[in-house]
Design a binder for this molecule. Structure first.
Ligand code: GLU
Length: 256
């Protein structure tokens, strides 16, 4: 299987913005093992801005674009350093690709992106993809990494996109407010009732939320790729998702 895993800032970093070492170590170990089992793995990783802010000791999310872009430039290095170090422990090679909206809209650049990823997969690497946050501004921005994950998964004909977040999946209501809200295990079709369940962004460091995840689910399933939303606090659950076993999360089935 070709699997794209999108991991959000809330999974990778503590609320301080500093790396959640235990979590990231576990994630890299599981993904290495899944690759060893013969699957292709592509990682779409957030965390550049959040980790850059942590490293620069900036406490809250800035409003101005240059500070965010500077933070991303710092944090992206830390991210790749961490992935390189951890995946190297299991003999895997990482490769970085940074994209903007212009790269996915322009057919030539999009084709270049696809060719590079296919070759990187043939060469046995684990491509790590993020938005080029230091360059992308309003008019060329993809905007959030859930959408980026969906674009990547459909561009490279993946079999599955797994979005790891700080929530177990899609609920029938807001689980933070409604104690009767239950987890929806499978969504066969994304209709208006499902879309109505998307709220705003949850964590203070990431940009996503259920809304962007549902947009991602529409792009992904429409492009013929299955998608799962699950909690990033238990990376080992990825084994069950890949092996087709029961897991805690929501699966969106590709459109037939
Ligand atoms: N590209 C952003 C970052 O690396 C994250 C965007 C998102 O989480 O949706 O900080």
């Amino acid at each position: 299987m070709r699997i794209v895993v999108k991991v959000g800032t809330s999974t990778l970093a503590h609320a301080t913005g500093h790396l959640n070492i235990k979590r990231v170590e576990e994630l890299c170990k599981v993904l290495s093992d899944i690759k060893n089992a013969g699957h292709e793995v592509v990682l779409v990783s957030s965390g550049a801005i959040g980790m850059g802010l942590g490293k620069l000791l900036i406490k809250s999310k800035p409003d101005d674009i240059p500070t965010k872009q500077a933070a991303a430039a710092v944090g992206q290095c830390e991210l790749m350093y961490t992935y390189d170090k951890l995946f190297s422990e299991y003999n895997h090679t990482v490769a970085q690709i940074l994209l903007t909206g212009a790269d996915v809209k322009d057919p030539v650049r999009h084709g270049n992106f696809q060719n590079t990823v296919y070759r990187l997969l043939e060469l046995g690497t684990i491509p790590v993809i993020n938005e080029n946050d230091s360059i992308a501004t309003e008019e060329i921005v993809i905007g959030d990494n859930d959408t980026l994950g969906a674009i990547v998964a459909t561009s490279i004909n993946a079999d599955l996109l797994i979005i790891l977040s700080d929530i177990n999946g899609l609920y029938t209501g807001d689980p933070h407010k409604d104690e009767n809200a239950t987890l929806i295990k499978v969504v066969e079709e994304i209709n208006d009732d499902i879309l109505r369940l998307g709220g705003g962004s949850g964590s203070s460091l990431g940009t996503g939320g259920m809304k962007t995840k549902l947009t991602a689910a529409e792009i992904t399933t429409g492009g013929g790729v299955d998608m799962i939303i699950a909690n990033g606090n238990n990376p080992a659950a990825i084994y069950d998702m890949v092996d087709g076993n029961d897991f805690v999360g929501t699966k969106f089935c590709k459109r037939k």
